[in-house]
Design a protein. Sequence first.
Length: 635
Amino acid sequence: MTKDRRGLFLNFLLLFLGFSLLTRLTLLVMAWPEMEKGLFVFIKIFAAGLVYDAAAFAYPGAALALYLAALPEKVYASAWHRRAAHVLFFGAAFLLAFNLAAEYYFFYEFGVRYNFIAVDYLVYTNEVVGNIVESYNLPVTLPMVTALAALALWAFRRRIAASFASPLPARRRAAWALPAMAAPALLFLALDGRLAQVSSNEYDNEVAMNGLYSFGSAFLNNELPYEKFYAVMPAEGAFGRLRAGLAQPGVKFDDAGLDIARRVKGRAPLKRLNVVVIVGESMSAEYLEAFGAVKGRGVMPNLDALASKSLFFKRYYASGTRTVRGLEALTLSIPPLPGTSIVKRPDNGNFFSWGSVMRDLGYTNKFIYGGYGYFDNMNAFYAGNGFGIVDRANFAKDEISFANVWGVCDGDLLTKTLKEADADHKAGRPFFYMVMTTSNHRPFTYPDGKVDIPPSSMSRKGALKYADYAIGEFLRAARNKPWFRDTVFVITADHCANSAGKTEVPVRNYHIPLFIYSPAHVKPAAVGALSAQVDVAPTVLGLLGASYDSRFFGRDMLDGRPEGRAFLSTFQKMALLKDGRLAVLGPKRYLKTYKWDEAAQALEASSDDKALEDEAVSFYQGANYVYKKRLNRIK
């Protein structure tokens, strides 16, 4: 036991490592059913984990080392400083215990350590704190955290006292502190996330990581330069493949250069029909009987009934795992770029988008949201791209029957949408609405008496059933409106309810529903071609018979070609799904291909598939080039 100030530093290190180990063991128990098991795998998990735990401590440890090295001996040994050291130790233990609880809940919700979601949520403290208060049992959690911190202080009490027993000369303090202060810079240069890739099973890799380290990594890498980190090819070759992939009947490209600008010719006379897009929060396909949920166990009967009355897309996938990823793909029809969504980036206005095409066709555009649209920069993005904003701030008191921290309930949101449609129709304006719901978001609260699962259960199934109920009521009310006959309703989701999986890009967790419903204008049919969120805008515009200049990366899913493609992403990895194959791109020029068994819902590693890899690179490299050069900006 070191009996000078170096001992105090060591005690804080041991405290940090102890809580990190306890957190890892907690997550290991949670992930156990899904993990790859074996002695060698566990050795790698805990060995890599120790490295990341030490790396995470290095940053606050450097500040602590500087403080202890600079503090005069008289001050360090004083009675008040001894008491302050105990208070600081308890505070550190409390924060680490609180982090353990937070990591437990985050892993329970997302199946991963802290990532860019945690970074994004840190910005919006009102929503996040409100969500925590409404979702989790803080009267139980906080006393447990406090008790765990007190227990840690009691266990270390003699070691802390001993660290004040002997003085340490200034020269020896400097010799000891300098390496500790240099450690963060060395680790920043030498260490990245690859050491945590201990297995092909992503749960193993997440358990091996340190949550605070991964949080810092996500914070620093909120936008990754594509050319620096990802696989590339000569630009001319990339755009040649890209144009070939976007070719379709009635399309003429402007030139053969580094662009995808083209003229799309409508396949029928233009119908200036209203378009209402309802984007359901976290609405996974797995909850619908139409997608194979066990009969009687589906929780979305209204959407199940809609499947036979609409264009029902059976193999349709989300772009990512966040709302802003879904909105980005639906609005801009662009593959997901590495890092954060364009919705959240600066200088994201005046893009070519679904909204800009509709505006040129004479529509009034609105983004309608049940919460406050400053969250995730949604209001700024949509206002900057030609949409009027209707969010919670625009709801009168008598228009809100129920709300939680995320926004008004879906019933109130869709009733407001009906009012907006009535007003625009009365004014003689065709309307295009993007409507973003919130009820199927934790804490999963909703009005009482609407569905047979009580809101007190705070269950996802209850929230889904209520969201389905609200959509059913909305469509029933809309049928009595004078504008109903000439309106196309597009009902889809932003992303799945669950995003974690054993594989690096778990394809099954991107499968979402899409219905295009307009009894007078859209003939019901089941569409079996592979499709994605980027395809929705060109498909609906095709149904309208619109001719327009395009820079969309999606395709008209009804153009007669049998097979399509889907773009999927995590935060740093992007993927192209096509013909039962998946190509995954990642940092450090990472490129890997898999076979996708759709019937078994399983991925299997395969040998290199050069054609698919080249196509994946061409789309993502091309999308990055178009975005960075702002070629899709409206002049």
